[in-house]
Design a protein around this ligand. Structure first.
Ligand code: 3H9
Length: 693
């Protein structure tokens, strides 16, 4: 075996040259990797006694793509394009041996090999779209030549990882190898290719499938239409589609040029920069500076959930999906029966849509026990309380749980605002208490805020984070403060949205601006969806806010067919003349003369105070990093990922701009706008949130 460089080896197995790449963690195509591979291929090609070449990777995966951390920096070493040319034009067969994931540039390299062999657990995909890019090394031109235009469109715009069985069906791979016999099978396969004198199959020459779609622009028009909602605001999906169109309509080399041009445009643009930032932020969020990776975990085999309402039911489903037994406790037979029935119905709906079998439904329901007796939670490892959001009730529940649930078990509250330390103090085990703030619908939303109390023990936090991963969540560790990270910042936006309406904007103006910014919906549409009567008490209402007036008129949101908006029978919203009249009269009563408010002001007033609040959260140590706050907003509130999260957005528009506005509003409108000390400091030092260590 010859070491070509620190990450690439060249060995021989009879007449087959075997190139092994070993660049942990995921064999990404860094400059060093490209150099090593290029040199190894050159040597293997030059060696007249080697009849074929196998490319295989060590470690957990085949090449998982270009090295994303190199993007935006000057390129060093062999270009990926040159490496691909060497492989594709090799005068002897090249076989790629795939395990783990062949993604992005990794699959593109494999597509330049003449044959591909994979183990059954392997997956292939072109996930560049997820980081605001397109496959820029020929992937958009070669993939449709194998899998066809429709399948290629789906793969490049969804970024999905396709399993080996499916890849075999579409021809993306040529044969399967046993799970523990990839190397041997790939070598045998290469020997057969040599022995049978099989052709050097170049994907680029395979035109039948792209030609079949030529002159059929409706394929693309239909695809765009079907996915318009999903792609809204994103540049990359459209560019990926255009590249597949180029594959269909242009000769291969011209298609490559078109792909290159669009790739560079995306790569140097703001959306991909934001999405690449999010890629790393999603991985950073799990890293906890003061909790070592080897902190002992508390095994979580059985979970208790208190409350079978929407939240409790959704929470329970997360664990059932992960194969963890759940006991759910309610206070009345009726509420329990209803809660269990809703869980079943949700699963059955999923099964009806073909995303689960009825056997899966029964398996999950088989793990679920409903009871009215809290004592049934005695042997749970983790109990999550999802009862009414009132401190006295929470304290009572925790007091009872403390007496019932075994020592060493974790007691968690799903509170979205309340003081977790106060809840913990109602038990004799505050170190085993923390907040697990799920977002509604809890079985769908990815975010989990893990709220660390003053006394929460490290193994409890470590267990919460690991458990979050097990149930498919993305967890951010946050500190105790009113509303934690997400809702604390949301409150800023809501306050300003309400004020803007008093000052002269209409709710649908505010909603439109935020929707166009990329959020799934604006604050008033969101209030209508949640119900305007959350926290509204009929007996105490006094027409003191627009919200109260709307509730008094039984305009309590979507559920009553009217709120800020009017709704038709399909829940389609239209701006309401009734609401408009209420607002106009309310302003008059308050002596407010409405003024014209620009879209720019709406956006800045809603978002800059959030960024300022984020700075306060950081300053108080309630979030570990600015990027964790971004993760909260992307995964809990639908902040558009191509804008990187509110803190990243602040950095990208310039913190000096945010500060200048906060100062001006502070002077004209008072304390709500007091600039955060951290914001002042960063601007004074010419730094950004990303510079914070
Ligand atoms: C591309 O290929 C462009 C080309 O078309 C054209 C070029 C001209 N680069 O996710 P994990 C790190 S674009 C750099 O926790 P898992 C990651 O940050 C690329 N680093 O592991 C983490 O580091 P740390 C297209 C990368 O087992 C560590 O590896 N490819 C890259 O849960 C472990 O990652 C993609 O978009 C990378 N490409 O999942 C694939 N990938 O430990 C992106 C990972 O310091 N990668 N790292 O935090 C993935 O989807 C997952 O990482 C993978 C493994 C499924 C591979």
């Amino acid at each position: 075996m010859t070491a070509i460089n620190p990450v690439t080896d060249l060995a021989r197995d009879g007449e087959i040259a075997v190139i092994t790449l070993n660049s942990p963690p995921v064999n990404a195509l860094s400059g060093q990797v490209r150099d090593g591979l290029a040199e190894a291929f050159r040597q293997a090609i030059a060696d007249g006694t080697a009849k074929a070449i196998v490319l295989i990777c060590a470690g957990k995966t085949f090449i998982a793509g270009a090295d994303i951390s190199e993007f935006g920096k000057p390129m060093t070493g062999t270009s990926l394009f040159d490496l691909e040319q060497i492989i594709e034009n090799a005068p002897k067969p090249v076989v790629a041996a795939i395990h783990g994931t062949a993604l992005g540039g990794g699959l593109e390299v494999a597509l330049c090999a003449h044959y591909r062999v994979a183990v059954p657990s392997a997956k292939c995909g072109l996930p560049e779209v997820n980081i605001g890019l397109l496959p820029g090394a020929g992937g958009t031109q070669r993939l449709p030549r194998i899998v066809g235009v429709e399948a290629a469109l789906d793969m490049v715009t969804s970024g999905k990882h396709v399993n080996a069985k499916k890849c075999l069906e579409t021809g993306l791979i040529d044969t399967l190898a046993p799970e523990d016999g990839l190397r041997a099978t790939a070598i045998e396969f290469a020997k057969t290719v040599v022995a049978e004198n099989r052709p050097l199959k170049k994907v680029r020459e395979n035109n039948a499938k792209v030609e079949a779609a030529r002159g059929k622009p409706e394929i693309f028009a239909e695809f765009r239409k079907t996915n318009a909602r999903k792609f809204r605001g994103f540049l990359a999906p459209e560019y990926n589609i255009r590249c597949i169109e180029a594959a269909v309509n242009l000769p291969f080399d011209d298609g490559l040029k078109a792909e290159r041009k669009m790739f560079m445009e995306l790569m140097t643009g703001p959306q991909s920069a934001a999405q690449r930032y999010v890629f790393f932020a999603e991985r950073q969020v799990w890293k906890l500076p003061d909790i070592a990776d080897d902190t002992p975990e508390i095994p979580v085999k059985k979970v208790g959930v208190i409350g079978a309402g929407t939240m409790g039911g959704g929470i329970a489903m997360n664990f059932l999906n992960a194969g963890i037994a759940v006991t759910i406790v309610e206070t009345s037979e009726e509420a329990l029966t209803r809660g269990l029935a809703i869980i079943r119905r949700n699963y059955e709906n999923t099964a009806r849509k073909g995303r689960m079998t009825m056997a899966d439904v029964e398996k999950r329901m088989g793990l679920l026990t409903g009871t009215l007796d809290m004592n049934a939670l005695a042997d749970c490892d983790l109990v999550i309380e999802a009862v009414f959001e009132r401190m006295d009730i929470k304290k009572e529940v925790f007091g009872k749980l403390d007496a019932i649930v075994k020592q060493g078990a974790i007691l968690a509250s799903n509170t979205s605002y309340l003081n977790v330390d106060e809840i913990a103090a109602s038990t004799k085990r505050p170190e085993y208490v923390l907040g697990l703030h799920f977002f509604s619908p809890a079985n769908v939303m990815r975010l989990l805020e893990v709220v660390r109390g003053a006394k929460t023990a490290k193994p409890v936090i470590a267990t919460a984070m690991k458990t979050a991963k097990r149930i498919g969540k993305i967890a951010a560790l946050v500190g105790v403060c009113h509303g934690f990270v997400g809702n604390r910042m949301l409150a800023q936006r809501q306050r300003e949205a309400n004020k803007l309406v008093l000052e002269g904007a209409m709710p649908w103006d505010v909603d439109r601006v935020l929707y166009d910014f990329g959020l799934p919906m604006g604050p008033f549409a969101m209030s209508d969806l949640a119900g305007l009567d959350i926290g509204w008490v009929k007996e105490k209402t006094s027409s003191s806010t627009l919200r109260e007036i709307l509730c008094e008129m039984d305009r309590r949101g979507q559920k009553t067919g009217a709120g800020f908006y009017d709704y038709d029978e399909n829940r389609k919203a239209t701006p309401s003349p009734v609401t408009e009249k209420i607002i106009t009269e309310f302003r008059a009563k308050q002596g407010i003369t409405p003024r014209k408010i620009s879209d720019e002001e709406i956006l800045e007033r809603c978002i800059y105070p959030m960024i300022n609040e984020g700075a306060k959260i950081l300053e108080e140590g309630k979030a570990i990093r600015a990027s964790d706050i971004d993760i909260v907003w992307i995964n809990g509130y639908g902040w558009p990922v191509y804008r990187g999260g509110p803190m990243y957005y602040g950095d990208s528009i310039g913190l000096d701009k945010v500060l200048a506005k906060m100062r001006a509003w502070h002077a004209s409108m008072g304390a709500d706008f007091k600039p955060a000390a951290l914001l002042e400091k960063l601007v004074a030092e010419g730094k950004t949130f990303r510079d914070l260590k």
